[in-house]
Design a protein. Structure first.
Lengths: 110, 112
């Protein structure tokens, strides 16, 4: 069965430190992976998707099929990055069913 | 983007009762999704609501417990029936657009 694993419930770093939020997946086909973010008192929103290969708010994520990973990285964390981050996998083509990981809370301290 | 609203934003209910959650989208969409997020857990898809047909439920979710209506292309309701404390969760609706899913603000349900 398709599965998304985020091993860390909480990641606490200081401002300016590098950040890596881990995500591993299991999927028999060719996956489409996403990172969603939920800031305090805001709704869940898309941060980035692997097919775009883009950097959003300084975050990047590379799909590693050999390691079945899609870790989210940022070289220098900012306090405004504090939020809940969810890794998600889209099943199949076209249909937008998403399988989510359990989420990692990132806390960036000054 | 998509503007999605949900009502109510939160509620506290007694066990054995039912609650209907509304989801309104600012434009017409074919599919609407209902998710549940139990405390400390991931988001789990309950069902997909298509206009003009019955909802498609995921494994572990049944229509008798979570009946869904989809009367038009901008609106859907999810009812949580015969509630128990285990139904205490955040319920979210979402819609796909531009290869992305947009989420409503969620309904926080507490069952006593």
């Amino acid at each position: 069965a398709q599965r998304v694993t985020q091993p860390e419930k909480l990641l606490s770093v200081f401002k300016g430190a590098p950040v890596e939020l881990k995500c591993n997946y299991s999927y028999s086909g060719s996956p489409e992976l996403f990172w969603y973010v939920q800031y305090s008192r805001q709704r869940l929103q898309l941060l980035l998707r692997h097919i775009s290969r883009e950097s959003i708010k300084g975050f990047t994520a590379d799909l590693n099929k050999g390691e079945t990973s899609f870790h989210l990285k940022k070289p220098f964390a900012q306090e405004e990055d504090s939020a809940m981050y969810y890794c998600a996998l889209k099943e199949g083509t076209g249909f937008q069913k998403l399988v989510f990981g359990t989420g990692t809370r990132l806390l960036v301290s000054p | 983007s998509a503007v999605i609203s949900q009502k109510p934003s939160r509620d506290i209910c007694q066990r054995g009762t039912s609650l209907t959650i509304q989801c309104q989208v600012d434009s017409q969409v074919t599919m609407m999704f209902w998710y549940r997020q139990q405390p400390g857990q991931s988001l789990t898809l309950i069902a997909t609501a298509n206009q003009g047909s019955e909802a498609t439920y995921e494994s572990g979710f049944v229509i008798d417990k979570f009946p869904i209506s989809r009367p038009n292309l901008t609106f859907s309701t999810l009812t949580v029936s015969n509630m128990s404390p285990e139904d205490s969760s955040i319920y979210l609706c979402s819609v796909p657009r531009y290869n992305e899913q947009f989420f409503g603000p969620g309904t926080r349900l507490t069952v006593l």
